[in-house]
Write a protein that binds this ligand. Structure first.
Ligand code: C5P
Length: 222
């Protein structure tokens, strides 16, 4: 067991990619294993929180002791997140597709000899993190976003923090190889007035430390 710094707290986490349908058999997706988000959900549960995990399609198992809601698309993810509110802490680790196909075809698109390839019209998906951070009545006290950057990691994270209205950005440096789908992560914790850089750590350790960090922040803020 161990200490339970999040006992009595509700934590909401998104994880994994989203799949945006083109037709019944094809989709657009982001590359995400869900490993980091799922590890955070497990760490929050271990810290005594009541945890809801909203997961896109992943191949890893649901974490033990966590209520897991499975969704496919960004719009389904937003709806599941909104119905899981209120929460004390919300952590958006999902790799949400920025665009979806404007009108998914109801039947499988057929390849026809000599015919032109179909053009896909895309429309922007809702930004789940920004939407939740902007809620007036039941905005979680701590809203945490992720940012994957290859360069100017801290500057871009600061800009993202302000643009999305969140309290903390966990910026991962994906300039090296192996972060995507791998078991280790190098992160910087960027808030309005502070930057903390952690060594390269297993995703499970990043999760445990992040939860300890958020427990301390939420104690300081309450
Ligand atoms: O803008 P960008 O996609 O880099 O921001 C990443 C952060 O925003 C992540 O925390 C991600 O989960 C969240 N996000 C979201 N909904 C989107 C796009 C990103 O919640 N449509």
């Amino acid at each position: 067991s161990g200490p339970k710094p999040l006992a009595g707290k509700r934590v909401l986490i998104t994880s994994g990619p989203t799949h945006e349908p083109i037709d019944p058999v094809r989709y657009i997706a982001n590359r995400s294993s869900g490993k980091q988000g799922h590890a955070i959900a497990a760490a929050a549960a271990a810290a005594g929180a009541s945890v809801t995990l909203v997961s896109g399609p992943v191949t890893i198992p649901d974490p033990a002791g966590v209520e897991t809601i499975h969704v496919e698309s960004a719009r389904e993810m937003l709806a599941a997140v909104e119905s899981a509110l209120p929460a004390d802490i919300a952590i958006f680790a999902a790799a949400v597709a920025d665009w979806r196909v404007a009108e998914a075809a109801p039947g499988k698109l057929k390849k026809q000899a000599g015919a032109e390839a179909p053009a896909l019209a895309l429309v922007e998906n809702p930004d789940i993190l920004a939407t939740v951070a902007a809620r007036e009545i039941d905005r979680p006290a701590l809203v945490v976003g992720f940012a994957a950057e290859t360069d100017n990691v801290i500057d871009y994270a600061r800009a993202k923090l302000a643009r999305k209205g969140c309290d903390l950005i966990v910026a991962n440096d994906v300039g090296g190889t192996g972060v995507m789908g791998g078991d280790a992560n190098t992160v910087h914790l960027v808030s309005a007035d502070n930057v903390e850089t952690w060594p390269t750590l297993p995703k499970s350790e990043v999760a445990t430390r992040l939860i300890a960090h958020l427990a301390a922040m939420s104690k300081a803020g309450s």
